[in-house]
Design a protein around this ligand. Structure first.
Ligand code: PAF
Length: 281
């Protein structure tokens, strides 16, 4: 596996591959890799002849300095896993390489409306940071296809909209969430939980499954959400939001809408857990 930190090295290698007729699948990450990321890599391998992964803890998408400082950085372990999974190139830039003029002087990409609701409302500027870094990485890697976890459902919608709005010729593939046996979605943030919190954490997905069943059975959405919120808050969770929205564009649900998504974010001890569940009614 080639490991490069400089953008010119990355570009040269990508161009050489493209001249040789190779196709490129890209998996952007912030590292601290778990099975969920490795599933993205496996999907990427099916989609192109070369797989490029980036590891960059992107300061522009953190609204909280402590969160950025404490974000787990496990590069050595991550590269070992990527080698074992047959990745062709790992791109590991530093903030100076990605934002040489500093964050305040950086041109940004903002996908309107969807960036300011739900996680975007709780974490102002977060999706601007995500869209900006993903656009920059896309311009550097010039992939044919890029893989993202469906676990970050709102992020996936933001990226799909960005690609559509900016006419980027990249196929965006959403890869299903990988879960623990308990139902807890795999996430780097699960590493912040202690043993006791890890036994409580699966409740988030259980509550979402119950909510989906109730809405499918015709229960009023606001009443079902109030019940789900109460169940979570009566345990150790502090719910940020639970919403039932249209699955395609996260718009508000009307009587005719059948394809829905539950979006949830809740704090458990030091971790902000997010999850989603797509269902039909
Ligand atoms: O999902 C993530 O890990 C990040 O938001 C991403 C897409 C790599 C951008 O920094």
């Amino acid at each position: 596996m080639l490991v490069v930190a400089q953008t010119n090295q990355l570009r040269e290698q990508i161009k050489a591959w493209q001249r040789a007729g190779e196709t490129i699948a890209f998996v952007p990450t912030m590292g601290n890799l778990h099975t969920g990321h490795l599933t993205l890599v496996e999907e990427a391998k099916q989609r192109a002849t070369k797989v490029v992964v980036s590891i960059f803890v992107n300061p522009m998408q953190f609204d909280n300095k402590n969160d950025l400082t404490n974000y787990p950085r496990t590069l050595e372990q991550d590269s070992g896993q990527l080698i074992a999974h047959g990745v062709d190139m790992l791109f590991t830039p530093t903030p100076d390489i990605m934002y040489p003029k500093g964050l305040d002087a950086q041109t940004f990409v903002e996908v309107p409306n969807i960036s300011n609701i739900f996680c975007g409302e709780s974490r102002p500027g977060h999706f601007r940071g995500v869209a900006t870094i993903v656009a920059k990485l896309f311009n550097l890697v010039t992939p044919d296809v890029a893989c993202f976890g469906v676990k970050d459902y709102q992020q996936l919608r933001v990226i799909k909209l960005m690609v559509e709005d900016l006419s980027m010729d990249i196929d965006i593939v959403g890869v299903d969430t990988v879960r623990e046996e308990s139902g807890l979605a795999k996430s780097s943030r699960n590493g912040y939980l202690n043993q006791q919190q890890l036994t409580v954490a699966p409740l988030l997905y259980q509550v979402m499954q119950q909510l989906a069943a109730e809405v499918s059975n015709g229960q009023r959405i606001d009443i079902a959400i109030a019940k789900a919120t109460e169940t979570l808050n009566q345990s150790d969770f502090t719910t940020d939001y639970i919403r039932v929205q249209r699955a395609d564009n996260l718009g508000d649900v009307t009587d005719n809408d059948r394809e829905l998504v539950i979006l949830a974010a809740a704090n458990l001890g030091p971790a902000r857990l997010i999850d989603n569940l797509v269902f039909k009614r």
